[in-house]
Design a protein around this ligand. Structure first.
Ligand code: SF4
Ligand code: SF4
Length: 84
């Protein structure tokens, strides 16, 4: 059977950077984070990454603020904060 793999990366669409749609932003408490990357697996926009220093970060240019990452984090290290 032929295997098909699809890898997507966040990119600017016709409406611009999708992060401008966001009403709430996910804020990661890296002191609490256990680096499981479950948030990365669930993020529909592929905006979560692990940096060279080992911390987990969000690309706010493309994060739409859906809150799935905060919902799925097993140690509740992500808080959804109101955008100002
Ligand atoms: S799901 Fe939570 S604990 Fe796991 S990497 Fe993401 S923020 Fe860290
Ligand atoms: S709020 Fe949604 S789009 Fe933003 S990082 Fe979390 S899962 Fe991804």
């Amino acid at each position: 059977m032929k295997k098909i793999t699809v890898i997507s990366e966040p990119a600017e669409g016709v409406a611009g950077k999708t992060g401008s749609w966001r009403l709430k932003r996910p804020v990661i408490d890296n002191a609490r984070c256990i680096r499981c990357l479950i948030c990365w697996i669930y993020c529909p926009d592929d905006t979560i990454s692990i940096k060279e220093d080992g911390s987990v970060s969000v690309d706010y240019d493309y994060c739409k603020g859906c809150g799935i990452c905060a919902q799925e984090c097993p140690v509740k290290a992500i808080t959804m904060m109101e955008e100002e």
